[in-house]
Design a protein around this ligand. Structure first.
Ligand code: CA
Ligand code: FE
Length: 300
């Protein structure tokens, strides 16, 4: 696959110092750079320079998210495909962001800003690539392996799905349909072999629902709950299972109110994975398999 993975998310935070403290000590990311009032971070198991950028702003949310493409040629190919699909493209020049080359930026049918890029400096990991130990010493906080996916809200779930599938070669692992089968209200999309790399739920345009980090197993989701309780972080949903993706999960909030998830497992996907359908009357079970209903806060 030439669109390799969700490479980064740039989050808007209201107090940069508080946010950096939370993302480094509680999530347990590593700060890798600062420039122009932005802080760059990566998870311990990520090789590239950063996967999260924090930007001070007057309201929380997502400034943009970006997928890493396998080569500059592939980047040019997808630039054409995005134009052919009819989205407006702009170019982000090399050096706009720390340790990154040129990126292409577009506005999705849901109003989100998305970028594709290839060039980024590799920092490597503390365990290295020669006879590595399974994890580095001195991990802090939840210490996820990597950024896993974003769930975004928007009105035009149908067209944003068509864009990812037709223009960017993503697969759709799952969808949520109204009971009459007329309207798609949820869409889960993958370019890796995981259950989802980005997903959309019907709701207000251009908003972040959550950014998710991948941990090893369900015990690490439970340990995340322990760490969040010890640090008095607001937990929205205690450890449970998703029907959709079959992953295990916990939801909580950063100091600005951006929802985060620690996520693990879920099935593998392949190019020929069929799209699983959930009907809206079973959405509670789809999202929270045991509780079988959505919490009030989760849909707001
Ligand atoms: Ca994923
Ligand atoms: Fe999620």
């Amino acid at each position: 696959m030439s669109i390799m993975r969700l490479g980064r998310v740039q989050l808007r935070v209201m107090d940069l110092d508080k946010a950096v403290d939370y993302y480094t000590h509680i999530i347990g990311l590593e700060e890798t750079g600062r420039e122009d009032g932005k802080v760059y971070l990566k998870a311990w198991d990520e090789y590239d320079h950063h996967s999260v950028i924090l930007q001070e702003a007057d309201s929380p949310g997502i400034e943009h998210f970006a997928f890493k493409v396998s080569s500059e040629d592939e980047l040019a190919k997808y630039e054409k495909r995005i134009e052919q699909f009819g989205l407006t493209i702009s170019r982000v020049s090399k050096g706009t962001r720390l340790k990154e080359g040129e990126a292409i930026r577009c506005v999705l049918p849901t109003g989100h800003h998305m970028e594709l890029y290839h060039e980024i400096e590799k920092l490597g990991t503390a365990t290295g690539t020669l006879n590595p130990h399974p994890w580095p010493e001195n991990l802090r906080g939840i210490a996820p392996h990597r950024l896993d996916h974003c769930l975004l809200t928007g009105d035009d779930v149908e067209n944003v799905t068509r864009f990812f599938v037709e223009a960017l070669d993503f697969g759709q692992s799952e969808k949520i349909m109204t009971v009459d089968g007329e309207t798609m209200i949820g869409s889960f999309l993958f370019t890796t072999n995981t259950a989802h790399d980005v997903a959309f739920i019907k709701g207000p345009d251009a908003k972040l629902h959550h950014a998710a980090f991948f941990v090893d197993n369900f015990y690490d989701v439970l340990k995340a709950a322990d760490i969040l309780t010890r640090r008095d972080v607001n937990i929205e949903v205690t450890p449970t299972r998703h029907g959709i993706t079959r992953g295990q999960t916990i939801y909580f909030f950063d100091p600005s109110g951006n929802r985060n998830e620690a996520f693990t497992s879920g099935y593998m996907t392949f190019k020929d994975f069929p799209t699983i359908t959930w009907t809206e009357d079973k959405i509670g079970q789809g999202i929270f398999y045991h509780r079988r209903e959505l919490t009030e806060s989760f849909v707001n």
